[in-house]
Design a protein around this ligand. Structure first.
Ligand SMILES: [Zn+2]
Length: 415
């Protein structure tokens, strides 16, 4: 029986969330904000204090290695990964975590902004935590459970292994990344240095959830070249590219094929940016589906739809391009069924029910999976992320750390 102290992980988590680590989508530097290193530095010194070999590189990545204590030589190297940054959508400055002991089920009014009320009716998952401890922010900021709960779970599991040397495991790698929230979390990972065979991101929601499937994602760009003439003498000549862009957008279906009217396994096409002058206009889209073949069909359908509009105007031309963004991790994970199966077994050993889920989005794990590190995503308990009403149940976080321990033990046992 593996037991992770709820008090310890709560204390650890509350210490980490008070450090402002917001990333910046506008920044061109790596990491996008220097302040993320303030937490990375603390993690580095805590790891070193535990006697775990670790380092922090110039881009803000922390790499650590917990060496094998098993006689078996064939255990694959497993990596656990979390991101230190918090989302730019909501302030992360002066986060004041509040521990609500023995949550009663009543509304929780956050003290620094009393318009922020956490209610069971809005967040039904709170029901699972009545009688347990939960943590919220104080009203002016997000909490940062995304993903400091993952960081705390990994650190707590590492501490467990140091304190329990008789629990057998193979080589374990720990990786803390910056800039996940701005889509650059994997940009500067040194895969050679990491040198792991399989990975797990600790960056998921409800207790027991195991995400092994993400969207496949493309970006599509349509450039419309209009026909330009002096507006005073344009009769019969000028064709305005901006107006054609508007016409293409208007031709998009309204009851299907859009994020606002799809869910579950349905894909979509979604315009995210328009830019132009009368002569030349550009529309950028994101294209999403779980199935790569369907993803390609969405792209082709979009091209045909735009072409049909453009063809009505002689002299107008269109440039259409598709750029791959990321791919469904399932495509990789299906080739390594043990990775997900062992994670499910580890979750079960903690006494939780496994909920296998698909993410209507991407994770660092989708990119890592295609960078050679098959990498599903495991729960930490985070809820209401990227908002002032973000919260987390302490027992979920402890179970997340417990899952990590069991997972390492299972890889050792089965090798
Ligand atoms: Zn996250």
């Amino acid at each position: 029986m593996i037991q992770i102290s709820e008090n310890n992980i709560a204390e650890r988590f509350m210490r980490y969330v008070q450090i402002d680590t917001q990333s910046d989508p506008q920044s061109e530097t790596y990491p996008t904000t220097e302040k993320q290193k303030n937490l990375s530095q603390i993690l580095l010194s805590e790891l070193q204090h535990l006697g775990i070999q670790s380092d922090l590189d110039a881009h803000g990545y922390v790499y650590a290695t917990l060496p094998s204590n098993s006689d078996k030589k064939n255990i694959p190297v497993i990596c656990f990964c979390s991101h230190v940054d918090t989302a730019p959508d909501c302030s992360g400055t002066h986060v004041k975590p509040i521990l609500h002991k023995n949550y009663s089920g009543d509304d929780i009014t956050l003290p620094d902004d009393t318009s922020q009320v956490l209610k069971l009716s809005d967040a039904p998952y709170l029901k699972n935590h009545i009688g347990s401890d939960i943590i919220t922010a104080s009203g002016n900021t997000l909490l940062g459970a995304d993903d400091k709960s993952g960081v705390a779970a990994i650190m707590e599991a590492a501490t467990f292994f140091i304190n329990n040397p008789d629990v057998k495991h193979g080589n374990i790698k720990i990786l803390f990344t910056p800039d996940e929230e701005v889509g650059k979390g994997t940009a500067k990972i040194d895969m050679k240095k990491l040198n792991a065979k399989f990975g797990y991101t600790m960056d998921g929601g409800e207790a027991g959830s195991l995400e092994d499937e993400t969207f496949s994602a493309d970006g599509a760009t349509i450039i419309i070249n209009g026909v330009i003439a002096h507006p005073g003498y344009a009769k019969g000549k000028l064709v305005n590219a901006i107006k054609i862009a508007g016409e293409i957008l208007d031709a998009l279906p309204k009851n299907e094929w859009a994020p606002e009217v799809t869910n579950k396994k349905e894909g979509f096409v979604h315009p995210v940016r328009v830019e132009g002058i009368a002569e030349r206009a550009t529309i950028e889209f994101i294209v999403r589906d779980f199935d790569n073949e369907k993803l390609a069909q969405h792209g082709e359908r979009l091209r045909q739809l735009a072409l049909k509009t453009v063809k009505k105007y002689p002299g107008v031309t269109m440039e259409f391009s598709i750029k791959e963004q990321y791919r469904n991790m399932k495509g990789v994970l299906d080739n390594h069924p043990k990775v997900v199966a062992y994670a499910a077994a580890a979750i079960k050993r903690t006494g939780l029910k496994v909920k296998t889920e698909s993410i209507r989005g991407g994770t660092d794990g989708s990119r890592l999976s295609y960078m050679g590190l098959p990498c599903p995503n495991i729960f930490t308990g985070m809820q209401g992320i990227h908002s002032k009403l973000e919260w987390i149940g302490v027992k979920d976080m402890a179970k997340s750390a417990e899952t990590i321990v069991h997972l390492c033990m299972i890889w050792e046992e089965k090798s």
